[in-house]
Design a protein. Structure first.
Length: 157
C-alpha cells in the first residue's frame, strides 16, 4: 500500500556520498526531523526523463522553493550512493538537491512506491513521485501515472 497524506515516513536507512567518496548512512528519522522537505523519487539516475527534466527542474527552482519555506529538497532513487553522487554532480545538485541512494529499494518498498521493471532489465525501481514532508509526516504526495511526468515536477511543487 502506497504512503498517503498524514502518514509518518517509515524508519529506513538511505545513503549519501560522503566527501571522502564513501557511502554514508542517513536515517530517515534524522534527515526529515524538524524540517520541511520536498522529496522526489525517480526510476533511475541518468535515465532519460529523470536527467532531462526531473532533477534539472528541482536544481533550477531550488532557490524559489526554499524561499517558500522548504528547508531541503531531496532526490531518492534505487541506485547506489556513488551513482547518485555522480548524477548530482553532473547536474549541479550540490547545495541545491540532496542525492539519497536507496540501493536495495528498502525505503521505496516501505512507502509502497516500488515498480517491477525487470522486463526492461532494470530490476525493481521507484515510481516517479514528489512529496512534501514536514517533521517526518507526509503533507502532500503526487504520484505520476505510469509513463507520465508533470505532477511530480519542480514546477508543480
Amino acid at each position: 500500500m502506497a504512503i498517503k497524506e498524514g502518514d509518518t515516513l517509515p524508519t529506513e536507512t538511505l545513503r549519501v556520498l560522503g566527501e571522502d567518496g564513501s557511502p554514508k548512512p542517513v536515517s530517515t528519522d534524522e534527515f526529515f526531523a524538524g524540517k520541511k522537505v520536498i522529496l522526489f523519487g525517480v526510476p533511475g539516475a541518468f535515465t532519460r526523463t529523470c536527467s532531462a527534466k526531473h532533477l534539472p527542474g528541482f536544481v533550477r527552482h531550488s532557490d524559489a522553493l526554499k524561499a517558500k519555506g522548504v528547508d531541503d529538497i531531496a532526490c531518492v532513487s534505487v541506485n547506489d550512493a556513488a551513482v547518485m553522487g555522480a548524477w548530482g554532480m553532473a547536474h549541479g545538485a550540490d547545495g541545491n538537491v540532496v542525492m539519497l541512494a536507496d540501493g536495495n529499494a528498502d525505503f521505496t518498498a516501505a512507502i509502497g512506491m516500488e515498480i517491477d521493471r525487470r522486463s526492461n532489465g532494470m530490476g525493481v525501481r521507484s515510481r516517479r513521485y514528489a512529496m512534501l514532508i514536514e517533521n517526518g509526516v507526509v503533507k502532500k504526495v503526487n504520484v505520476e501515472p505510469e509513463g507520465s511526468f508533470g505532477v511530480s515536477s519542480a514546477e508543480a511543487a
